[in-house]
Design a protein around this ligand. Structure first.
Ligand code: C2E
Ligand code: CA
Ligand code: CA
Length: 817
C-alpha cells in the first residue's frame, strides 16, 4: 500500500536551522583543531568537533524525517538510528581531519569530499532504514542526493580550510555565509533524498519499535541538539581562550628560546647541582668548542677555559655564584681553541621559578674590542698621536713620579729639553706632511740615541722633545745623553729628494739643584735650551742663574739691534785675502761691526743669530751689501783696485726671492761691476737646495761669484756641491788652527784642497795665524790666505794704509786674471 507523505513545515524550517548552525559550528571548530599544536589537544578537539557536527547533521536529518507525516503512523528501528548517528560522527571526524592539515591538496580535498559526502548520504539512508516502513527509491533522485552530498562536502571543506585560522569580524561573516551555504546543501541533500523515497506500508509493520509522538519527539531532539550545540560553542569559546593562552605561552616560550639561541652574549645554563644543561651558539663561538664539549659536564669544566693566571679568580666567582644565587660579575679572559684570548665581562644570573632557584645562567660578553678601544683612548690621552711618544701630560706625570721617588731614595735625575733648530723652516718650506715625516725621523733618531741609557723620551709639542734621564753622577749621564742626541739629530735627513741639515739645541736642568717642581724644572731646561739657540744653536747647556739674566740681555739686544741701522751704529771692517806666493791682495771680506751705545763693540757672532731669530737679518744684510759695494766702488775709482769684495749671506737671505732684485738694485746704485762682488754662502743652503740653487743661478747669470764659507763643518759632499755654481771653497778656520798639531785635521785639509782642485774650484784658507800654518797650506797647494797672520779685519781707511804699507800694489790690478 502506497503511503502519502505530508510535511510539517515548522519542523522543516527547524531542521534547516539545525543544518546551518551545525555547519557554522563545523567551520568554527576546524580552526581550533588545526590551531591546536599539541597532539593531545588535537585529538580532544577533533573528537569534540566531530561529536558536535555529527550530532548537528544527524539531528537535522532526524528532525527533517520527523517533519514527514505519512498517512499511516510509523515506528522506528532503534539500531538503525544509532548506526546513522555513528556514521554522522565518523563522517564529521573524517572531514575535520581532512582540513586540519597545513596544505589542502586537490587530491586530499576530493577524497575528503567523497568520504564526507558518502558519510552524509550513508547517514541519511541508514536513518531512513530505521523507519519501519517499506521504502522504494527513485534512482535519479537518489543519485542526485548523493551527488549533492558530495558537492556540498567539497564546498564545505573548501570553506572550512579557508577560514579555519581567521579570527576577524569579516571572517565571522564569511563563516556565517559558509554555514548557510553548507547547511542549505545538507538540507538539500536530505530533502532530495526524501523525494527519492516512496514509502509503502510494510506487512509486518507492527513489529516492536519505539512508538512515539512524532512531533514531540522532533521538538525534543531539536531542543537537545541546540542545547548541546550551545554548550559546545560555549566550551569552544572558553577553549579558544584557553587555547590562545596556551598559544601565547607557547609563543612566549619560543621568544625566550630565540633570545637564548640568538643572543650575541655567550650563555651557559647550569642546574643546581652545577651541571651544564645548555650552552648557546654564541658561547660555542666564543670558545671555539662544540656544545657537546660542555653539555652534561660539571661546571668546573669551564674553569679550564680561563687564561691560567685568572683561573683562581674565576673558580671563586663560579663557586660563589652557585652558592649565593645572586647576580655576580667578573671581568676576565678565556682562551679560544685557536689560541687567542678573549676578554670577557661575565655575569651570573640565578634562574628562579616560583621562588625557587632552579639553576643559574652564566652570561659572557666579549669585550675584547671594547677593551682595545678603551686602551687606545687611554693611550691617545697620554701619547703623542704622530710619534706615539709620551705627550706633555705623561711627561709631567712621569716627572712628578720621579720627584716623589727621589725624595725617598735620593735618586737624582735630569730633564733635557730638546728643540730642533730650523724645524719651522722645513715645515714652512715642504709643508706639514713632510714636516710630520721629518719629525718621525727625528723620533727614530732619538730612540736610537737612547738605547743603552736610562732615559725616557717624550714629545712636548711641535719640534720640542723632552728627556728624563737617570744616572750617577747625573751631570755626566745628562751630558752623554745630550751629546748622543745632538749627534744623532744632525745627520742629514732625506726628504723630497733632498738632504736637509738640522741640529738640536738641548737645555738641561738637574733635580734638585735647579728646581724641585715639574714646572720649575721644565722652565729651567727651556731657558737653558734658548741660550743654546742664541749662541748659534747645535749644542747643549746646563741651566744656570746667569742664563736668565742673559736672556733678558738678549731681549734688550734685539730691540737695540732694530734701531742700529737708523742710528748709524753699524760699520764694516775688511779683512784682506792674500795670494801668499805673490804677496798681493786678491780680495777683501766685509765683516760687520756693531758699536752699541752702552756696550761698545758687540761681536757679530752674538748679534747675527739674534738678528736671524728676530727676522731683521734681511734689512741688516741689505745694508751690508750696499755699504760693501759702495766702498769697493770708491776704492776702485780712488785707487784703481780691481779686487772683489766678499759679502757674507745668511741662509735666510738665500731663501728670500727678493735677494736677486736687491743685488741687482745695489749694483745699479753703486755702479759696481758684478764681477767684483763675491757672495759667501754656507752649507746650510742645502736646507732647500732646489730653491737656493735657482736663486744662485740667477745671481750667477748676473756675473756674481760664490764661495762656500766654513767648508768642512757641514755634512755635504763635495760632489753634491758641484750642482751649485760655486767658485771657491773656504776652509774653515777650525781646521786651519789644528793643522800643525792634529794629524786628522791636516789630512782633511789636504783632501779638501786636492779634491777642490780636481773639481776646478779655488781654495782659500781662513784663520791663518802662524807661519807654520801658512807653510803647510802652501806645501799642499793652497796659496790664497786670509787671517791674522796678514791682518785682522780693518776699518776702510786702515785697510788702505795696510795695503799701501805691506803689499805689492801693482799686480793687484790684474787679480781677476
Ligand atoms: P766668517 O764668515 O767665518 O768670518 C770670519 C771670521 O773669522 C771673522 O770673525 C774674522 O774676524 C775671523 N778671523 C779672521 N782671521 C782670523 C784668524 O786668523 N784667527 C781667528 N781666530 N779669527 C779670524 P767675525 O768678524 O767676528 O765674524 C764672525 C762671523 O759673523 C762671520 O764668520 C760670519 O759668519 C758672521 N758675519 C760677519 N759679518 C757678517 C755679515 O755682514 N753678514 C752675515 N750674514 N754674517 C756676518
Ligand atoms: Ca765669511
Ligand atoms: Ca768662515
Amino acid at each position: 500500500m502506497h503511503l502519502h507523505a505530508t510535511y510539517n513545515y515548522s519542523l522543516v524550517f527547524l531542521s534547516c536551522l539545525i543544518a546551518v548552525s551545525a555547519s557554522y559550528a563545523a567551520l568554527d571548530l576546524t580552526g581550533r583543531v588545526s590551531a591546536a599544536k599539541a597532539f593531545k589537544n588535537r585529538i580532544v578537539w577533533l573528537l569534540c568537533g566531530a561529536l558536535l557536527i555529527g550530532t548537528g547533521i544527524w539531528s537535522m536529518h532526524f528532525v527533517g524525517m520527523l517533519a514527514v507525516t505519512l498517512s499511516e503512523p510509523i515506528t522506528y528501528h532503534m539500531n538503525w538510528i544509532v548506526v546513522s548517528y555513528i556514521v554522522a560522527i565518523a563522517a564529521s571526524a573524517i572531514a575535520l581531519q581532512a582540513v586540519s592539515v597545513a596544505r589542502l591538496s586537490l587530491k586530499r580535498h576530493l577524497s575528503g569530499a567523497l568520504l564526507l559526502g558518502t558519510g552524509i548520504a550513508a547517514m541519511h539512508y541508514s536513518g531512513m532504514a530505521a523507519m519501519h516502513v517499506q521504502i522504494r527509491y527513485d534512482p535519479f533522485w537518489f543519485a542526485l542526493s548523493v551527488l549533492i552530498a558530495m558537492a556540498a562536502s567539497y564546498v564545505a571543506l573548501a570553506f572550512a580550510f579557508h577560514f579555519r585560522s581567521a579570527n576577524s569580524w569579516i571572517s565571522v561573516l564569511y563563516k556565517l555565509g559558509g554555514g548557510v551555504l553548507m547547511g542549505a546543501a545538507i538540507a538539500g541533500m536530505h530533502y532530495t533524498g526524501m523525494i527519492a523515497a516512496h514509502f509503502e506500508m510494510n506487512a509486518h509493520s507492527e513489529v516492536a519499535g519505539v512508538g512515539m509522538n512524532q512531533e514531540m519527539l522532533a521538538y525534543f531532539v531539536a531542543a537537545s541538539t541546540f542545547v548541546a550545540m550551545a554548550i559546545a560553542i560555549a566550551v569552544s569559546i572558553l577553549g579558544h581562550r584557553l587555547s590562545s593562552k596556551d598559544h601565547a605561552l607557547y609563543e612566549h616560550n619560543k621568544w625566550y628560546i630565540s633570545l637564548y639561541e640568538n643572543h650575541t652574549d655567550g650563555i651557559v645554563t647550569i642546574d643546581t647541582k652545577g651541571v651544564i644543561v645548555d650552552v648557546n651558539p654564541a658561547f660555542v663561538n666564543m670558545t671555539g668548542r662544540s656544545a657537546e664539549y660542555f653539555l652534561h659536564q660539571p661546571l668546573i669544566g669551564i674553569i679550564g677555559l680561563f687564561v691560567e693566571e685568572q683561573r683562581g679568580k674565576a673558580s671563586l666567582w663560579l663557586i660563589y655564584a652557585l652558592k649565593d644565587a645572586q647576580v655576580k660579575r667578573l671581568e676576565s679572559a678565556i682562551n679560544h681553541v685557536s689560541g687567542h684570548s678573549v676578554n670577557l665581562s661575565a655575569m651570573s644570573v640565578p634562574v628562579t621559578i616560583d621562588d625557587e632557584v632552579k639553576g643559574i645562567y652564566f652570561i659572557f660578553r666579549d669585550i675584547t674590542e671594547e677593551k682595545k678601544s678603551k686602551e687606545q683612548i687611554q693611550h691617545l690621552a697620554y701619547h703623542d698621536e704622530l710619534t706615539s711618544l709620551p705627550n706633555r701630560r705623561l711627561v709631567n706625570l712621569m716627572l712628578d713620579k720621579a720627584i716623589q721617588r727621589s725624595e725617598s731614595s735620593a735618586d737624582n735625575f735630569a730633564v733635557l729639553v730638546i728643540d730642533i733648530d730650523r724645524f719651522k723652516l722645513i715645515n714652512d718650506l715642504l709643508g706639514h706632511a713632510y714636516g710630520d715625516q721629518f719629525l718621525l725621523q727625528v723620533t727614530d733618531r732619538l730612540r736610537q740615541a737612547a738605547v743603552g741609557m736610562n732615559v725616557t723620551i717624550g714629545r712636548m709639542g711641535g719640534d720640542e722633545f723632552a728627556v728624563i734621564c737617570h744616572g750617577d753622577p747625573i751631570e755626566s749621564a745628562a751630558v752623554r745623553a745630550a751629546e748622543r742626541i745632538i749627534e744623532a739629530v744632525q745627520i742629514p735627513y732625506r726628504l723630497k729628494d733632498n738632504d736637509f741639515y738640522v741640529s738640536a739645541s738641548v737645555g738641561i736642568a738637574l733635580y734638585p739643584e735647579h728646581g724641585d717642581s715639574v714646572e720649575d724644572l721644565l722652565k729651567k731646561a727651556d731657558s737653558a735650551m734658548y741660550d743654546v739657540k742664541r749662541n748659534g744653536k747645535n749644542g747643549y747647556c746646563f741651566y744656570s742663574e746667569q742664563l736668565d739674566e742673559n736672556l733678558l740681555g738678549k731681549l734688550e739686544l734685539e730691540s737695540d739691534l732694530r734701531k742700529a741701522i737708523e742710528r748709524n751704529e753699524l760699520m764694516l771692517h775688511y779683512q784682506p785675502q792674500i795670494n801668499a806666493e805673490q804677496n798681493r791682495i786678491i780680495g777683501v771680506e766685509a765683516l760687520l761691526r756693531w758699536t752699541h751705545p752702552d756696550k761698545g763693540l758687540v761681536p757679530p757672532g752674538q748679534f747675527i743669530t739674534v738678528a736671524e731669530e728676530a727676522g731683521i737679518i734681511g734689512d741688516i744684510g741689505a745694508w751690508v751689501l750696499r755699504e760693501a759695494c759702495r766702498q769697493m766702488k770708491q776704492w776702485q775709482t780712488q785707487y784703481g783696485w780691481q779686487v772683489p769684495v766678499s759679502v757674507n749671506l745668511s741662509s735666510q737671505q738665500l731663501l728670500d726671492d727678493r735677494l736677486v732684485d736687491l743685488v741687482a738694485a745695489v749694483l745699479r746704485e753703486t755702479e759696481l761691476d758684478p764681477a767684483y762682488l763675491e757672495l759667501e754662502i754656507t752649507e746650510s743652503i742645502m736646507m732647500d737646495a732646489s730653491r737656493a740653487s735657482s736663486i744662485l743661478q740667477k745671481l750667477m747669470e748676473m756675473g756674481i761669484r760664490f764661495s762656500l764659507d766654513d767648508f768642512g763643518t757641514g755634512y755635504s759632499s763635495l760632489s753634491y756641491l758641484r750642482m751649485f755654481p760655486i767658485e771657491r771653497l773656504k776652509i774653515d778656520r777650525t781646521f786651519v788652527q789644528e793643522i800643525t798639531t792634529n794629524e786628522d785635521d791636516r789630512a782633511i785639509v789636504e783632501t779638501i784642497i786636492s779634491m777642490a782642485h780636481h773639481l776646478k774650484m779655488n781654495v782659500i784658507a781662513e784663520g791663518v795665524e802662524t807661519k807654520e800654518q801658512l807653510q803647510l797650506l802652501l806645501d799642499n797647494g793652497c796659496d790664497e790666505i786670509q787671517g791674522y797672520y796678514y791682518s785682522k779685519p780693518l776699518a776702510a781707511e786702515e785697510l788702505v794704509r795696510y795695503v799701501a804699507d805691506n803689499l805689492d800694489e801693482r799686480p793687484m790690478n790684474d787679480s781677476l786674471g
